[in-house]
Structures are given as C-alpha cells and as structure tokens.
Design a protein. Structure first.
Length: 113
C-alpha cells in the first residue's frame, strides 16, 4: 500500500510541476476566464489547481477564435477577415480625404492667381 501512495505522490508531483510550467509558458491570449497572473497562483494548489487550469484556464486547440497553433488559414480567422474590411474602409476614407485636400489646394491656388 505504501508503494501505491509513493507512486501516486510522484504522479501528482509531476502533474503539478507540468501544470506550473504550462501555465507560465502559455501566451496570455490563450488564457481564459481569469488573467494569467491569477492562474499562476491557482496552479500552485497541488492537483486541484492543475485540474482547474486545464478545465477552465487554458484555451483548447480548435476552440472558436483561437489560432493556438497558427496552423489555420488566415481566411478561416474571423478577426483577420474583420481587419481586412476595416483596412479597406480606412484606405477608402484616406483616398477621399486626399481628393478633398487636393481640391481645396487647387481652390486656394486659383484664388491667389
């Protein structure tokens, strides 16, 4: 029975260390529910902290909005597509403003002559 406790203790310690390291190296953008600093304290609870981290804290691969591994195509990322639309709108506004400034500049030059 003592051997079983020793083996379970070693497994629990390995899981605890793995959880701490995983929490520390995970990008802040892949952390859910709480800030990464809060999770760093939670995972210090042996076993229970690790279970909470993997259940609620770390964003899993394949969850919507997560490009955790970067393996997805950019056109599959809704955030990327939204930014493309914003960039196109911004470029159009800049073009219109440049045209208005050119017209004002022409009017200003014509009035000087």
């Amino acid at each position: 029975m003592i051997r079983l406790y020793i083996i379970l203790g070693v497994i629990a310690a390995a899981f605890w260390v793995f959880t701490i390291v995983d929490c520390l190296v995970t990008r802040p953008s892949a952390v859910r529910a709480l800030p990464k600093a809060a999770w760093a304290f939670i995972v210090l609870l042996p076993v229970a902290g690790g279970i909470l981290w993997f259940t609620f804290g770390k964003q899993r691969r394949g969850t919507p909005g997560a490009m955790a591994t970067g393996s997805g195509a950019p056109d599959d990322d809704p955030e990327f597509l939204r930014r493309l639309g914003e960039d196109a709108d911004r470029e159009e506004r800049i073009r219109q403003l440049e045209e208005q400034l050119a017209e004002l500049d022409d009017d200003h030059n014509d009035s000087k002559d």
